[in-house]
Ligand binder design. Sequence first.
Ligand code: IPM
Ligand code: MG
Length: 362
Amino acid sequence: MTPPDHSQTLLLLPGDGIGPEVIQQARRIAEAVAPDLNIEEGLIGGVSFDHHGDPLTTQTLERAKSADAILMGAVGGPQWDRTPRDKRPEAGLLALRKGLDVYANLRPAFCFPALASSSALKSELVEGLDIVIVRELTSGVYFGQPRGIERLPDGRRRGFDTQSYTSDEIRRVARVAFELARGRRGKGGKFGGVLSCEKANVMESGVLWREEVTSLHSESFGDVQLDHMYADACAMHLVKAPKDINVILADNLFGDILSDEASMLTGSIGMLPSAALGDPGVPGLYEPVHGSAPDIAGQGIANPCAAILSLEMAMRWSLKRPDAAERIWQAVDRALEDGYRTRDLGGLHSTHDMGTAILDRL
Ligand code: IPM
Ligand code: MG
């Protein structure tokens, strides 16, 4: 292993709910595979609101911008349900994504062989499954203006959001998907390249999405297969024949929904990591796809694999330590092979047991 030539900083933002429990295990792994790494911690989400009155302070955002990679746990919980929207834990996460401009969210749905029987689908449908969802992360209906809840003259109330995409926002995330698919030749079946999803049948932004993806493809990625599918049909195909698919490209909202669906193919949402990437030089933001799971928080039973695999992605994509990444991946695989299972996977091992099992197999 060749360590990088400058000292790198990994900023941990454990957040709320099970976030601190799973990030604690990821930290043990990080210290073992990269002892020279400068590991720092900060607050995000509800805990940050409780301490500072803000789910993401300017200071934390600045620290994130100057780190090499950020590993986040999860945000949110019922105790902040009545907090004003712009101060809610989720607002902190959205501000972090937007502030870093990490527009391309890579969400791999990979089925570890030992978990094929834990899937909600028949094991033959998911054995060998290896999909990546590329979700646009900093635009669309999550950020579009205007939005709000207004009172109409007749007393009724009206809630509204704006789904909006510009051509450059579509193209920059589509480029990431095409480049990724180029490096993943041979995966997937019928849709072995990029499968771009929208609802061009009912949405203007969907029409633009399809046009821009198509023109970028013909300009620069003629060698990569491109297919288009309506997002609802894609949701169906994901449970009908998921192994047909290699790379899914979707907007912020469809990508959010399709990635939760894809997670259940892999055995548990507790297994799914993600990487949010921006332009070169921007630190990547890594987070497990699962949320803060307030119902099981504090019990020490959450699955730390998604957080540990998010660390694996950070080692690979931002910290440029492919050897460390490979060690983590193999260790998770072996721990699962050896029968370690948290509750979500039908076992009885604690968060800490699972962390230790992976640590022992590095
Ligand atoms: C996700 C989550 C977030 C999202 C929430 C917590 C704001 O569901 O990362 O998938 O909707 O993006
Ligand atoms: Mg989600």
